[in-house]
Structures are given as C-alpha cells and as structure tokens.
Design a protein around this ligand. Structure first.
Ligand SMILES: [Zn+2]
Ligand SMILES: [Zn+2]
Length: 193
C-alpha cells in the first residue's frame, strides 16, 4: 500500500497512465490527525476512499476522488452532538508548475461524470515527482461538512428562557407564554380554537 501523503507520480506525466486504488484512511494516524487538527473535527470511523490518478499529458494529472465516513457534529440549534454520515465525489486537476504554457489552455474534454458539477473541480499545481493526496482528502472531508449542522429536520432548539432542549420535552416557559397570549386574546373578545 502506497503512502497517500507521498504518491509517486513520475509514471503519470504521460497521457494514459493511471493509478487506481481504494482503501481506508485512519483518522488517528499522525499525518492525518495533524491535517484535521485545526478543524477540531471528530471523525468516528475509518475514512473509506477511492482514488484514480490519471496522466492527461503535458504533465497534467487528474485525480478523481471519493470519500465516505462518519463524523460527530454539534447541532447549531439544540447544541446536542449527533452522528453525521458524509460522502463526497471530487475532481482535482494537477498542473505541473514547470509547464506553465499549458496552464491557461481551454479544457474542452468531457469529465465523464455528470454528477460532478464545476464547483467540485479544483486546480492545484505541483512540482517534483510526488503528490500529497492525503492533504487533499482531508481538505475535501472538511468541504463535505454542512455549513449549518442540524441534528434533524425541524429541530426545536433550546428554550430561549430556561435553556430546556425542546426536542426532549416542552418547558413551562412555553406554556406560560401560551396562557399569556390566550389571556390577551380573550381580553379583546377572541378565543383560540
Ligand atoms: Zn438539534
Ligand atoms: Zn423554557
């Protein structure tokens, strides 16, 4: 098994050459842990991955990647921690920093996958004979996180007065507000159904 932090791409600089592999990334392995450290993300299991690296010619290398794992996130409404399964497809286009002349070339090739939108295509430069694919997978894992994590659809959040988690049980503040509202309504001659 080759190290993802140090993938030898010397064979891939010509068109048509390919490295195709899949496996698992251990989130607790020291290189990976270091890359994920700033995100303070709690990854709960091994990260399944697939990787296809393909030489496109002129030093261009295309990475088609996929990853899947489970993380622990804090709900932005009720602040409870919950498990979240994430999966991501992405494409990274690596350009050799020495072949600048081809960097601005218009890419008219089909990407072969309709599921990946242009937003999921990234361009990186590289020098030398190795690529740090591990770094890319860690970045992509962070990109796969929801902007606003919610434990469930329609999470009721916390009571703004007593802090009770309203998914667990209703608190008296809510009823008190209700009674107050009903009182006001009956005072002006209206009745709630
Ligand atoms: Zn919640
Ligand atoms: Zn309350």
């Amino acid at each position: 098994m080759i190290s993802l932090a140090n993938v030898d791409i010397s064979e891939l600089k010509d068109a048509g050459k390919m490295i195709d592999m899949s496996g698992q990334i251990d989130p607790e392995e020291k290189h990976t842990a270091l890359l994920l450290k700033d995100s303070k993300l709690l990854v709960k299991k091994q990260i399944d991955f697939r990787m296809k690296l393909e030489g496109m010619g002129y030093g261009r290398i295309e990475l088609s990647g996929w990853l899947q794992t489970e993380v622990s996130l804090q709900c932005c409404r009720c602040l409870e921690w919950f498990d979240y399964s994430l999966e991501r497809d992405f494409i990274v286009d690596y350009h050799s920093a020495v072949s600048e002349s081809t960097a601005g070339e218009k890419d008219t090739e089909s990407l072969g996958s309709v599921e990946i939108t242009e937003d999921d295509i990234y361009v990186n430069n590289y020098t030398g004979d190795t690529l740090n694919i591990l770094e890319e997978y860690c970045s992509q894992l962070i990109l796969a996180l929801p902007m606003v994590p919610r434990c469930r659809d329609g999470c009721k959040g916390l009571c703004s007065q007593c802090g009770q988690n309203l998914n667990v049980k209703e608190c008296n503040c809510v009823s008190a507000q209700m009674f107050e509202r009903e009182g006001k309504l009956s005072a002006i001659g209206l009745h709630l159904p």
